[in-house]
Ligand binder design. Structure first.
Ligand code: ATP
Length: 293
């Protein structure tokens, strides 16, 4: 498991990251979300040791992390650092060799990854000849070869088309299945909702929510949607519920006293036809708006 404890980083007067602590468990994808300037990149840089830590620590497998541990991490930085003029395969092989792989093993792994991403026939092309999305794929491969013990990825999905998002997600899942912790930041909340097992939400330098998507959802109100044949305005007068919204025959009801929604349903059925009555599970984007407000 990778873990941060009380991580703090200041830039002059600005405390960009303020006492940030969260686990990144092995075998799970942890999504890291937060608005522009929330402190995600700064946190990831401290995790990787490319930016000094003012307070707190990064832990790996229950002890303080070392430079040797970090060398075995796969890291995709925000500033993509590929050489534009060098052939992509040579560049990836070189980077893998820097991290301890033999030449032939590195080439085999690089070619396999390029083929998976549909870039098998572009091996000799310089990076600058690739589209931005394809450059992004190459950058991701640099983090995945040699097989990393943990993955820290800053916006790995930005700029990828839906097919590339899927192949990237499959690839990351293969790593989590091996027990590898994966931390990735993203602004694409629906994507994060779909892919990640755990979430860390940052706002203004602090962690404002963390846990599984279900845990975060269970922190919010229990809501039901009721659709009636007639007008639903009467639901406002029912006990034990708060009516968040009414529009003609449709009401969105928040349960204040457990079971109160069943009384509302009974009353609705007595008044006329009930077309729909169902629990509304909030989308991640709604939870995000609540916790970062
Ligand atoms: N090298 C730096 N010098 C000064 N301030 C910095 C530096 N790096 C980051 N900051 C500040 O730290 C804060 C957090 O920035 P950071 O890039 O970590 O946020 P982020 O959550 O990654 O945002 P985004 O989603 O826009 O990438 C911001 O106020 C930013 O201006």
């Amino acid at each position: 498991m990778l873990e941060t404890r009380g991580l703090t980083r200041r830039f002059g007067e600005n405390t960009a990251v303020d006492g940030v602590g969260f686990p990144v468990p092995g075998g799970a994808m942890t999504g890291f979300v937060g608005g522009n300037g929330a402190g995600k990149t700064t946190t990831m840089r401290m995790v990787m040791g490319v930016l000094g830590i003012h307070e707190g620590e990064v832990r790996w497998q229950g002890r303080a992390i070392t430079a040797a541990d970090r060398r075995q991490f796969g890291y995709m930085p925000e500033e993509r650092g590929l050489y534009p003029k060098q052939p992509i395969a040579d560049q990836l092989v070189y980077l893998a060799q820097l991290r301890g792989m033999s030449g032939p093993a590195a080439r085999a792994a690089v070619v396999e990854h390029l083929e998976r991403f549909g870039l098998g026939d572009r091996q000799g092309d310089p990076v600058e000849k690739l589209s931005l999305g394809n450059q992004q794929r190459v950058q991701i491969i640099a983090a995945l070869v040699p097989t990393p013990i943990a993955l820290v990825l800053d916006e790995p999905f930005s700029g990828l088309d839906p097919a590339a998002v899927d192949s990237m997600a499959d690839l990351l899942r293969e790593h989590t299945r091996r027990g590898t912790p994966v931390l990735f930041s993203s602004h694409q909340l629906d994507l994060v909702d779909r892919l990640c097992d755990r979430l860390v939400v940052m706002a203004r330098g602090k962690v404002v929510a963390q846990g599984s998507a279900d845990e975060l959802r269970s922190g919010g109100p229990v809501r039901y949607r009721l659709v009636l044949g007639g007008d639903a305005g009467w639901t406002r007068d029912q006990r034990g519920v708060h009516v968040a919204d009414v529009d003609g025959g449709t009401a969105l009801i928040e349960v204040l006293e457990p079971g109160a929604e069943q009384h509302v349903l009974g009353e609705a059925a007595a008044r006329g036809p009930v077309h729909e009555f169902r629990r509304v599970v909030p989308r991640l984007s709604e939870i995000y708006q609540e916790v970062t407000a």
